[in-house]
Design a protein around this ligand. Structure first.
Ligand code: HEM
Length: 415
C-alpha cells in the first residue's frame, strides 16, 4: 500500500515528531497541545484534515472501536490526499475485493482475524520457553563480548540491536549470517532521510530476501514459525501472503525492542535513583519494563486509524473519512490516569498503558518483547555494575529522523 508510517511522519509538523531538550519527554509540539483537549483537530502539512487524540481513555476507545479502520487499501488516509482534497466517506462493506495480501496490520476483522490467529497459533508456550533460554544466552554472550573487548562500547550495535534481531531471526528461522543484509535494508527503508530511490531499492532487497526464505521453508520445513505458517494453514496461505506476514513480524519486532533497550538504558542512567532502586531490588524488573514502556512511548505517532462513519469521540464530532492520529506519548502521560505522569517511577502501581496498543491489533509480540527487555536489562546492569555514559547526555544522537524513536548510538563505559 502507498500509505506507510513513514508517509505519516512526513505530513506531521516537525515539532510534533522531534523531541526537545529531554529525549524522554514527548515532542514539544505534542506537549504544547496538552491544554487543547483530549481530541483536537490536527492540520497536516499536506492540507489534509485529521484529528489528534491525546487522552488515554479516548485513545483506548478508538483502538477498541471497529468504526475506526486499519485497512489502508480500502480507506485512504490523510497521507494519500492532495492539498484541499477531502477523503470520501467509507465505501460500503463488501464493495471492495477481498484482500489477497498478508499485511494483516493494515487489515480489519474478519480478514485480519484469520491471519492473526494463524500467527498466534505459532507463538506456543513451548516455543516461548525455548526462546527465553536462547534470549538469556544471547544477552550473556553479548555483554561478555563487550567486557572482553575493553571498557567502553557503543551499546546500540554491541547489544541493543543484535539481541532482538537474533531473537526474531531464530524465531522465523532466518540464518544469522544474513542478518547484516537484513538490518541494513530495514534501516534504509525506514529512514526518512533516505531518498525515495534508496528506500525502494532497500525495500525490494528485503522483499527478495524473505521470498528466498519462504521458498526455502516450503522445500525444507524446520521447527520455526515461518515453516509453521507455510505448512499448517488450512486453507493454505500463498507464498506472497507468508512473505508479507514475515515482513510485518520482522519489521515490528526488530527496531522496536532494540530502541527500548537503547533508550531505556539511557533513561535509567540519567535517573540514577531509579537505577539504584532496581539494582537494590532485582524483583522490580517487571515493573521497570512496564514503566519504561509508558514513560518512553517510542512509537510516537505511528498508530493511526480512519473513521469509516461519523463518530463522536470525547464530545468531538469526527466525520467519516477522517484520519485519527493517536499521540501515544501524551496518552501514556494523561494526568487522569497517572499521578506525576512526567516522572519515571519504577515503583508505580501497575496500570495499563498504550505502548503496545490495544484492541484487535494489540502487539502480537508483547510477551516476547517483555522477555527480551527483562533479560536484556537484567544481564546488562547485573554484569556491568559500573555502567555509565561515556559522553555528555546532550551528545547522544537521537533518532528524530526515524519513525520509531530511540538513540542512534549510546557510548557507554564501565571502567
Ligand atoms: C503491533 C508496539 C515488539 C510484533 C504493535 C502495535 C504497537 C506495538 C503499538 C499496535 C499497532 C496498531 O494498532 O496499529 C511494540 C513495542 C515493542 C514491540 C513498543 C517493543 C518494545 C514487538 C515484537 C514483535 C512484534 C518483538 C514480534 C516478535 C507485532 C505485530 C503487530 C504489532 C505482528 C501487529 C499485530 C496486528 O496487527 O494484529 N506493536 N511492539 N512487536 N507488533 Fe509490536
Amino acid at each position: 500500500p502507498a500509505e506507510s508510517p513513514t508517509a505519516m511522519r512526513r505530513v506531521l509538523p516537525e515539532d510534533m515528531v522531534e523531541r526537545g531538550r529531554c529525549p524522554f519527554d514527548p515532542p514539544p509540539g505534542l506537549a504544547a497541545r496538552r491544554g487543547a483537549g483530549a481530541v483536537q483537530p490536527l492540520p497536516l502539512l499536506n492540507g489534509a484534515r485529521s484529528w489528534l487524540v491525546t487522552g488515554f481513555d479516548e485513545a483506548r476507545s478508538v483502538l477498541a472501536d471497529q468504526r475506526f479502520s486499519s485497512d489502508r487499501m480500502r480507506y485512504r488516509d490523510a497521507t494519500q490526499l492532495q492539498p484541499g482534497e477531502v477523503a470520501e466517506a467509507a465505501p460500503p462493506t463488501g464493495a471492495a475485493q477481498p484482500r489477497e495480501d498478508g499485511m494483516f496490520v493494515f487489515m480489519d476483522p474478519p480478514e485480519h482475524t484469520r491471519l492473526r490467529r494463524l500467527l498466534t497459533g505459532q507463538f506456543t508456550v513451548r516455543r516461548m520457553k525455548a526462546l527465553e533460554s536462547r534470549i538469556t544466552e544471547i544477552a550473556v554472550e553479548h555483554v561478555e563480548a563487550m567486557r572482553a573487548a575493553g571498557t567502553e562500547a557503543d551499546l546500540v550495535p554491541a547489544y541493543a540491536l543484535p539481541l532482538p534481531s537474533l531473537v526474531i531471526c531464530e524465531m522465523l528461522g532466518v540464518d544469522y549470517a544474513d542478518r547484516a543484509e537484513f538490518q541494513e535494508n530495514t534501516a534504509t527503508s525506514l529512514n526518512v532521510t533516505s531518498s525515495d530511490e534508496e528506500r525502494a531499492i532497500a525495500g525490494a532487497a528485503l522483499y527478495e530476501f524473505i521470498q528466498r526464505l519462504v521458498a526455502d521453508k516450503r522445500a525444507h520445513p524446520a521447527d520455526d514459525m515461518l515453516s509453521g505458517l507455510v505448512h499448517d494453514a488450512d486453507p493454505p496461505l500463498t507464498d506472497a501472503q507468508v512473505v508479507d506476514m514475515a515482513l510485518v513480524l520482522l519489521g515490528a519486532g526488530h527496531e522496536t525492542t532494540a530502541n527500548m533497550l537503547g533508550l531505556g538504558t539511557f533513561a535509567l542512567l540519567e535517573n540514577p535513583d531509579q537505577l539504584a532502586a532496581l539494582r537494590a531490588d532485582p524483583g522490580l524488573i517487571d515493573a521497570a519494563v512496564e514503566e519504561l514502556l509508558r514513560y518512553l512511548s517510542i512509537i510516537q505517532l505511528g498508530v493511526t486509524r480512519v473513521a469509516t462513519e461519523d463518530v463522536t469521540l470525547g464530545g468531538v464530532d469526527i466525520p467519516a473519512g477522517s484520519t485519527v492520529v493517536l499521540a501515544t506519548p501524551e496518552a501514556n502521560r494523561d494526568p487522569r490516569s497517572w499521578a506525576e505522569p512526567d516522572r519515571l517511577d519504577l515503583r508505580r502501581a501497575r496500570t495499563p498503558h498504550l505502548a503496545f496498543g490495544h484492541g484487535v491489533h494489540q502487539c502480537l509480540g508483547q510477551q516476547l518483547a517483555r522477555i527480551e527487555m527483562r533479560v536484556g536489562f537484567a544481564e546488562l546492569f547485573g554484569r556491568l555494575p559500573g555502567l555509565r555514559l561515556a559522553v555528555p547526555a546532550e551528545e547522544v544522537p537521537l533518532r528524530n529522523d526515524m519513525l520509531i524513536f530511540g538513540v542512534h548510538s549510546l557510548p557507554v563505559t564501565w571502567a
